[in-house]
Write a protein that binds this ligand. Structure first.
Ligand code: NAP
Length: 262
């Protein structure tokens, strides 16, 4: 478990974090909580999610597949039911990697990965975007900037720089990156900030779930390390979310300093 300095920069915000049972999502949840945000947390492993939720007083948990429309509806409705208003800070984080390329990766995992990383992200961005833009209905010009509203998406460095070693996973993140920038252009005039964070190597359960060879991971971490930790990404998310409503830091790459590629 990590430590955070208590603060109030996100006090009053209602946040949803997917993939909050582990890794980057859990770190974001802990950091948001320390900064005073109200939380709705999601992941599939209900027990793991509950353990995180129980350690963050006031958090609401919605267990289930973040690519499922009914689960997305439960998160958004759950925020309103628990905190009396729509979420204004949605972090699209749930996702998985996959060892190998289009040529070499396990095709059995393709559908789940595309469903989670691409369709799940698109569905949540859509549902959150529709609700968030409703807050600016009837307003025009700078009046749409009533309060910060954020959709923050965790992409990947392999969604920006082509890597022959992870072309299937990278392909899902290229799709996500394209969507994020398109939706940013669509929703910016309505005062909704749609942001992308593209991390390099972060040590988490990601490597095991993706099926990477542990020896290969050790070698990479030796060569480029120390790798990022989930808190490094969480800090970046908070930096974006805590800007004034009229300021959008929309696109951040974060790598271990010694990571040269990709
Ligand atoms: N680690 C890295 O090096 C790295 C680098 C760049 C980008 N990223 C991206 O960062 C995000 C988080 O990765 P991580 O490193 O934190 O990995 P992680 O430690 O494996 O955590 C992934 C989280 O997502 C949840 N999850 C996976 N599929 C889900 C689904 N269908 N519905 C709901 N929750 C789901 C997992 O929980 P359950 O199993 O309980 O559902 C878990 O909480 C991913 O989008 C990943 O692509 C990671």
């Amino acid at each position: 478990m990590s430590t955070h300095h208590a603060g109030t920069s996100l006090r009053g915000r209602v946040a949803i974090v997917t993939g909050a049972s582990a890794g980057i999502g859990e770190a974001i949840a802990r950091s948001f909580h320390a900064q005073g945000a109200s939380l709705v947390l999601n992941a599939r492993r209900a027990e793991r999610l509950k353990a995180v939720g129980d350690s963050l007083p006031g958090a609401t948990c919605v267990a289930g597949d973040a690519a499922e429309l009914s689960v997305i509806g439960s998160m958004l409705d759950g925020a309103k039911a628990a905190f009396g208003r729509e979420a204004d800070l949605v972090v699209v984080n749930a996702g998985r990697g996959l060892n190998g390329s289009v040529i070499t990766s396990d095709t059995q995992a393709w559908e789940e990965m595309v469903r989670t990383n691409v369709l799940g992200a698109a569905r949540l961005i859509r549902e959150a975007g529709v609700r968030m833009t409703a807050a600016s209905n009837g307003r025009s010009g700078a009046d749409v900037l009533v309060a910060p509203r954020d959709i923050i998406v965790i992409g990947s460095i392999v969604g920006r720089h082509v890597s022959p070693f992870s072309s299937m996973y990278g392909g899902t993140k290229f799709a996500v990156h394209g969507m994020v920038e398109g939706v940013r252009r669509e929703l910016a005039p309505k005062g909704v900030r749609v942001s992308l964070i593209a991390p390099g190597f972060v040590v988490s359960e990601f490597q095991g779930v993706a099926g990477y060879d542990p020896k290969w991971v050790d070698d990479v971490f030796q060569r480029i390390g120390p790798p990022l930790v989930p808190d490094d990404v969480a800090r970046t998310v908070s930096f974006i979310a805590s800007q004034p409503a009229g300021v959008h830091v929309g696109d951040i790459v974060i790598r271990p300093t010694r990571q040269d590629y990709p």
